[in-house]
Design a binder for this molecule. Sequence first.
Ligand code: SF4
Length: 545
Amino acid sequence: MIAENIERIYKQNCQNLGVLTSTDFSMIDKIRSGAEIPLSVFTAGEDEITRQIIECGGLFQFNVARIQGKVSLPPVETKPRGMTIAEKIFAAHMVAKDGCLGIPAVQPGDSGFARTDLRFSHEYVTPMAAIFFDQLVGRGAPVNDPGSVVFFRDHLTFLDDVLSEQKRKMGLLDLATQLKLKQGEFAERKGIRLHGELTDRKGSEGICHSVVLESYALPGQLVVGSDSHTPHSGAIGCVAFGIGTTDVFNSWITKDVRVRVPESVKVVIRGKRHANVTAKDLILKILSLDYVRSGKALAKVIEYAGEAVEELSVDERATMTNMAAEIGGFTGIVAPDKKAVEFLMQRRGMSGEQSEQMIQGLYSDPDAQYAQVIELDAAEITPMIATPGDPGNGKFIRDMNTPVPVELAYGGTCTAGKNEDMDMYARVLRDALKQGKKVAGSVQFYIQFGSQETREYCMRQGYIDIFQRAGAHIIEPSCGACINAGPGVTTRPDQVVISAQNRNFPGRSRPGQMYLASPLTVAASAVAGHIVEYEPSSERELITA
Ligand code: SF4
């Protein structure tokens, strides 16, 4: 595989499958001429473990050799040093040379295998990993510790609502059904918990990232998932990152994953936010910075800190860790503090003592080293949008020259379908109703819950009534429009949609022009009929910590 640029998960999948990769285009002529190319060309610059995996012909072959004692893991010999929170979590999860768990310290570049606390995958990825497992390990073989593996059916729940006749004829709906059946059958055979579709109505139990943060991930854990937005759970102070199909399959055998400790970037947001500025505005601002747009943050851990971050709830922090994926980061993380303790007590039913105990030691040392420290002043940030085409196209709404009318507004997804996102949609729509307004007649506003827990929260809070009276369409949890697979997708290239989701790459949610914004901005724009900042009654107030 020869390409200009090879993304981390893709490259690791290739190595795991025994597919050689290169960014050297001069190799094409050598291949065409039949010249012999030594394997060392493909292992040059790689760490010791990656070299062995490439030489073994793939990760599965390497793991078989590892289990048979034919290869050994090179020891990590980093001396104790000041570490970032992510480095501390990596060090605690690294498999040592003797097979025991944990080593004293790591530094960027150290590589090895890290023991996972939770492995999850959804219906796009599980079936292929299951086929690998059945073919290479055996249908009857057990998955290593199935209690720490979770599956989700969340991406394609509403696909048949929007699939064109042409794509149906191509068999895509049948394919989606096959993915569901294969995942369900494998889960049952291996005793793995599947968060699937509802049986009494259309919808899912929840989007994988929403459910993992609500019900599984804990501070200090190492969580892996088959999806680029796995960093979502970093909001509670764990290291959570996306892995490819081959790593998912191998982790079912070994319970560990190959890692190379990444460098960290610290983003410090000082000061107090304006009342209409949310975590989404902060992350759109970060995405618009030259450092990020030029790719310097790629593959790094993005650690968020500072007074304005400390003031955010775990739900809001998750918007920022989730969108570490749009930064191109390895993951995003926030050191757990009193807000994390509140979350564990209120949402997980833990005692204060248990929760405090859980976050002990989970902070970055004062002498921890960062590739870059970025400082922002929250008071200088006003509501943002990202114009169509890229989440990095951020600008302040007040800097837009002409009003932008919208036809569709969408509030949902893993990024913006959480409890606190619903608080924001409800706050704006309640204000509108009080002023005798509703969703504009020219706009279709869809609100989709991230999980059943969030749906039930909305029912308890009386939000369903507010949403319905204001004229919004409510949809059961699933990924949906975000990946062109549910209500809320555009149908024309000139159609403008404002969405609280995380990415607006061309074509992702069909042909329209997608602006990204916060839940407050999305709801306010749905009512106004064009893109506007939400203006709370205490406008211009700064939120006090
Ligand atoms: S809601 Fe969208 S971004 Fe989130 S997991 Fe689903 S498809 Fe991915």
